[in-house]
Design a protein around this ligand. Sequence first.
Ligand code: SPD
Length: 393
Amino acid sequence: MKRRIVLALSLLVVLALALTACGNKATPTPKPQPTQVPAQPTKAAPPTQAPKPTNTPAPTQAPQVKPAKEIVFYNWSEYIDPKVYELFEKETGIKVVEDNFSSNEELMAKLQGGATGYALIVPSDYTVKALIDQNMLAPLDKDKIPNLKNLAPKFQNLYYDPGNKYCVPYQWGTTGIGYRADKVDKPDSWAVFFNPDPNSPAYGRMTMLDDAREAFAAALIYLGYDANTTDEKQLEEAKQALIRAKAALSGYDSDTYEDLLASGENLMAHGWNGDFLQAQEENENIAYTIPKEGGVIWVDNVCIPATVTPEQKLAAEMFLDFILRPDIGAMISQFNYYATPNKAAEAKLPKDFLEDPTVYPPQEVIAKLQFIKPVGKAESLYERMWDEVKAAP
Ligand code: SPD
């Protein structure tokens, strides 16, 4: 019995020890593990698979526009070296045909009358503004005209076309008086027109521009008024001055006035600086001056009418880029004798051209010049009064 008890007690002890051992195994104290260095470099996630092609049709590509083979350039007369057309055609195969107008009003009337077919036109500053306001110009695709960068900064943000959205400034110049220095005294005032001297050899042998805004600007500047006045009384005074001038005029002319000075038929003319300088090639006695009261300053621009076809537009933009090249820009200015807005072209022009005060007036002369600007509703007033000037005896 004692042995059984001892045996039973021993069994109980063994069992208790075994149970204690089992309990320890079930709740091991976690040991800190050393940081494992990955045996293999981490693999990048597999690339995203390109979606499998579906049967949806690809988006339609815009058909590639080819430039027109021929375009019409509606320009002032004798305002580009014809060699420019030849060089452009040689390089691109595009032929440029020229048609001419004599005033901004004529250009405007032509376009407003529904004329189509012109790929390029050359309006002056104030006319650009009117054309933009009437949605008559096509915005330029500047990617097609990288040479726009050649423009001098001050010609890249003009009031009438900020950022050159529609037009490329082409030439700039002044309006004053050309005369035959061998036959008449230098006219220092617009009085030679508006208070004409019947004893002057120029009496009856002078012309004024056939251009309402230019003619009124000359008379208003003579009278000491703003060239863009909308004051009816001032305009009436200017109209009377223009009528007084008629006694001394042989006519109104915007196309051949410089040739008539060269030939000696006329002795004085209201006109644009470069035209007189061109005519000096025929007759070196032609001179140009800006009267003491001042004159007009202007910028002409090449723009694309809104009526062009995509083919004409592309050819026109290629032409714009071509004339903005430094060598071509310099060639144009040297032919026209007008200042260029193209900074890169200026670098190609001879020093005596850049220093000619008739082409590049000094600051004190520029200070006396006024831009012709849009006059809004008063435009019809100018037109009516210009008709009255023309109709007066
Ligand atoms: N022979 C072309 C002269 C062009 C002059 N355009 C100037 C217009 C200023 N109102």
